[in-house]
Write a new protein. Structure first.
Length: 631
């Protein structure tokens, strides 16, 4: 395994990163660090937050600084103030053992005078947002003459924020012989244009999709009507009582609106977007980082500066236009070996967009049903029970109040007490979810299909139930032969005739299923019939019968066809086995058998030997036996 040392990282930097716990370089670092230290050409890195890119450009940038000079030698451009701060903090961590090095973040929205004063003291590395840096250059407060390293971090985001002209303008001020490195998650034409115009023979490094986490992320979606999105969001949040996540919105206005609504509805949520003042943004991020806030409703840009590793969920309240942005979002969960879920709430017209994203991330979204009220309530109750179990009881502090409370509640037993406690929390939820509608969007066509299926399932269920239930006055018998065996009503009758030895059997309803059948016999007859059929032979299949049980899931087999006995069959059975031959023939073969039997009887009666051969044949089939016995 390669080491940072082998990549050429200097001793003082090695010491600092070892303290940070960096044991071996991440893939982007393996590629970019030696390149920046040793090669002349520039670098384009297609990589996202979380891939380790800050150290990839930060370590060699620090190493290239000459601390004996106070001139500005490196500029790093970031799209937001938060990213500036974050990059600056990381660089300061790496530079812990470098003496005489000054790194300054400069960004819009805070006092330019303070920044100017700091700049005048001499700063070797400036980490800046493009607008503010350009302003300072124009004021003559920043001199780029000695710059030897230029880093454009999150270039596509800077483009989204309208900084392209500023960047081009800044790059006009830096010397020709500087090294330039650009990181971007995507490569829109304007960014490719910057690379083409300002970079020397750039070498491109692509570092897959985000980090170790992506494999641990499950992508799911809920489809609802556009008007129901907010309701669906609330249900999802209710279903996830321990959620710690970011809800992404496309615009600042919608982020604010959703956050306000959630707060008004009692959720632990807040907004993060560019319309907030810097102080407000700082406060919200701090709260979120410290886990004093469960849900952050943010725009993509505002959330970029926030590096939190243990988010449980990412919720896309609206899908981003750029598929790569979805990658950014989902890559924020499932980090550091943990699993995460990336949820998209979409309406029907966004299905194609979802397919596009699937192609981009190389994974399929699972469609899930919006959590149902009873599932939500169960989850919440369980969570509360869990909290009750785990709450820290400050015995000493609470002791002095216990006697009065115990006295007041002494008339309640422990179950009552618990019920009341839970009701305190749950009455609101129960009321809210009473008569709550289904939110899943089902297109009309699918709805019709679903209705059909419900009808079919219902009739099947009824039928399955019927299959095992005898009609009044009858008992049910199960037999292990069905339609797949060529077993039909006449065959059953024949089999009964053959095996009940002339005793009358009154048959009722017959249900033929694929692999077995169930039929009704007059009450009190079932055991006799079962016994008679035991080990009977049906074309080589050994028959097994039993009195049907309601507990057995015969219906698990396959779909069945209920057969009411037709007139012909009924007539045949009315006479029972004894009188079988006076019934009507059901086949040519039967006709021939009957004819032969009649002839034989006649011959016997007349003492004729004619037809004996045929008779012999018949005997082997057994029918004649019965006839003889009967006689
Ligand atoms: P970045 O993509 O620069 O935001 O880095 C993502 C995270 O990975 C940060 O928390 C870094 O501190 C951490 N990191 C960067 N390089 C390494 C490394 N070689 N080993 C362990 N962690 C690292």
């Amino acid at each position: 395994m390669t080491t940072f040392q082998e990549l050429g990282v200097r001793e003082d930097l090695l010491r600092a990163i070892a303290e940070l716990g960096y044991e071996s370089p991440m893939p982007i670092q393996e590629k970019v660090i030696p390149h920046l230290l040793n090669e002349d050409s520039d670098v384009v890195g297609l990589a996202q937050t979380g891939t380790g890119k800050t150290a990839a450009f930060g370590l060699p940038t620090l190493q290239r600084v000459d601390t004996t000079s106070k001139a500005t030698q490196a500029i790093i451009l970031d799209p937001t103030r938060e990213l500036c701060m974050q990059t600056c903090n990381d660089l300061n961590d790496y530079a812990k053992y470098i003496d005489g090095l000054r790194i300054l973040p400069v960004y819009g929205g805070s006092s330019i005078e303070v920044q100017i004063r700091a700049l005048r003291k001499g700063v070797q590395i400036i980490v800046a947002t493009p607008g503010r840096l350009l302003d300072l250059i124009k004021r003559g407060e920043v001199n780029l003459e000695n710059v030897n390293t230029v880093i454009l971090d999150e270039a596509d985001e800077m483009l989204n924020m309208g900084f392209v002209d500023d960047i081009n303008n800044i790059l006009e001020h830096v010397p020709e012989n500087r090294k330039m490195l650009m990181f971007s998650a995507t490569m829109p034409p304007e960014i490719a244009g910057i690379a083409k115009n300002y970079m020397h023979n750039p070498q491109e490094y692509v570092i897959g999709t985000r980090n170790e986490g992506s494999a641990n992320v499950r992508h799911i979606y809920y489809m609802v009507r556009a008007n129901d999105k907010y309701l669906a969001l609330k249900r999802i949040c209710d279903y996830l009582p321990r959620v710690y996540g970011i809800i992404f919105c496309r615009t600042r206005a919608s982020a604010q609106e959703i956050a306000t609504n959630l707060m008004e509805d009692g959720y632990d949520a807040d907004a993060l977007h560019g319309d907030l003042s810097q102080a407000q943004r700082d406060a919200v991020m701090k709260k979120f980082r410290e886990r004093n806030l469960q849900l952050l409703v943010a725009t993509d840009v505002a959330a970029r500066g926030l590096d939190v590793d243990d988010l449980t969920h990412i919720i896309s309240y609206s899908l981003p236009d750029d598929n790569a942005v979805y990658n950014h979002r989902s890559g924020r969960t499932g980090r550091a070996g943990k699993t995460g879920v990336s949820i998209a709430i979409i309406h029907s017209r966004e299905r194609n967009k979802l397919r596009d994203i699937e192609k981009h991330i190389g994974k399929e979204f699972e469609r899930c049903e919006v959590p149902k009220p009873n599932a939500i309530i169960e989850k919440q109750l369980f969570n509360l029970a869990d909290r009750l179990e785990n709450v820290e009881v400050k015995e000493d502090d609470i002791a002095e109040y216990m006697p009065q409370v115990l006295k007041k509640l002494s008339w309640l037993d422990s179950e009552d007490l618990l019920k009341r406690m839970l009701s305190l929390e749950f009455n609101r939820l129960l009321e809210y979810y009473q008569d709550a509608p289904e939110l899943d969007y089902v297109p009309e066509k699918e709805k019709a299909k679903k209705r059909e299926k419900v009808k079919y399932d219902k009739s099947r269920n009824d039928h399955d139930k019927d299959c095992r239930t005898a009609e009044p006055g009858y008992e049910r018998v199960f037999i292990n032969a069905g339609k797949a065996d060529g077993f039909f009503a006449p065959t059953l009758i024949e089999l009964l005739n053959k095996n009940t030895h002339g005793e009358r059997v009154d048959l009722g309803r017959i249900d033929l299923l694929t692999n077995y059948s169930l039929f009704d016999v007059k009450e009190g007859d079932a055991k006799r019939v079962v016994k008679a059929l035991k080990n009977a032979d049906f074309f080589g299949k050994r028959i097994y019968a039993e009195v049907a049980s309601l507990d057995k899931n015969y219906a698990d087999e396959t779909e069945g066809t209920e057969l009411k006995l037709n007139r012909k069959d009924r007539r045949r059975m009315q006479f029972g086995a004894k009188e079988r031959h006076s019934g009507r023939r059901s086949s040519r073969k039967e006709f021939r058998d009957e004819r032969d039997e009649r002839r034989t009887r006649r011959d016997n009666e007349r003492g004729f030997k004619k037809g004996g051969e045929k008779r012999g044949k018949k005997e082997r089939h057994g029918n004649f036996d019965k006839f003889k016995k009967k006689k």
